[in-house]
Write a protein that binds this ligand. Structure first.
Ligand code: GLN
Length: 240
């Protein structure tokens, strides 16, 4: 039986806006298809072999929690994450979890947190936060969600945006981009959790991991009319 291993990194400190619901959504969408799924939580200080993961999830956090991670990242986790990224492990990184994949995050107070540098991007905070429902267009259709961040993220070379903003701020409120894509890493500012009401996004992540794990990215269709209707309802509301 095809089975995927999901590692949930920092569930103890990066846990805003029910982002853990993304892990539950991925697990359910596998199990509803008769596919296996295991979930391993990896809190700060816990050793884990990320090379065994098929999907890693990192949620959002406030500036203070992001600062708590520095020692853990320097203790070897940063290199593990970079290696897993280059090995093609699928990542979903949301907001604070997105920012820590870049070179640094500078808070609105001017404190610079050197981060992993797995993706060529950097984030600078601002006194004015970017908050609200938003929507963006991606290679797998529209995505709707809720953003709340002070950080303005700029993408460097080799990193593509996850999508183009239709309504809201996205990465920085200026260049029309939202999120980031690099190898099998999917980053977004979209809280919510983002996946339950964006089934195409959830299945794109599962297909990415299944392709790497077993060379078969096929996913049987699900009776997810409720999820698709929720998506359309929020999209209509956001786009007015
Ligand atoms: N602390 C970061 C910021 O304000 C991330 C916030 C979050 O994860 N929602 O930009």
């Amino acid at each position: 039986m095809r089975e995927l291993r999901i590692f949930h990194l920092y569930p103890d400190v990066l846990n805003l806006y029910g982002d853990r619901g993304n892990v539950l959504c991925l697990k359910r969408r596998l199990e509803w298809r008769g596919l296996g799924c295991s979930v391993t939580e990896v809190p700060m200080g816990e050793r884990a072999r990320l090379s065994e993961a098929d999907i890693c999830f990192i949620g959002g956090g406030q500036d203070f929690e992001q600062g708590l991670l520095m020692e853990d990242l320097r203790g070897g986790r940063a290199q593990e994450i970079k290696s897993a990224v280059e090995d093609g492990v699928t990542f979903l990184c949301v907001c604070g979890g997105y920012q820590l994949m870049g070179h640094y995050y500078e808070t609105a107070a001017g404190e610079r947190c050197p981060f992993i540098g797995a993706l060529d991007l950097a984030t600078v905070g601002d006194a004015e936060r970017m908050i609200g429902n938003f929507a963006f267009e991606t290679a797998f259709g529209t995505v709707v969600g809720f953003e709340n961040h002070s950080g303005r993220t700029r993408l460097g070379g080799g990193v593509e945006p996850l999508g183009r903003v239709l309504r809201g701020s996205g990465n920085n409120g200026e260049d029309g981009t939202e999120g980031a894509r690099y190898r099998n890493v999917f980053c977004t500012y979209s809280h919510g959790p983002v996946l339950p009401k964006n089934p195409a996004f959830a299945d794109a992540l599962l297909a990415s991991a299944l392709e790497r794990r077993c060379g078969d990215a096929s996913l049987a269709p699900l009776g997810d009319l409720a999820e698709r209707e929720a998506h359309e309802s929020v999209l209509k509301k956001v786009l007015g």
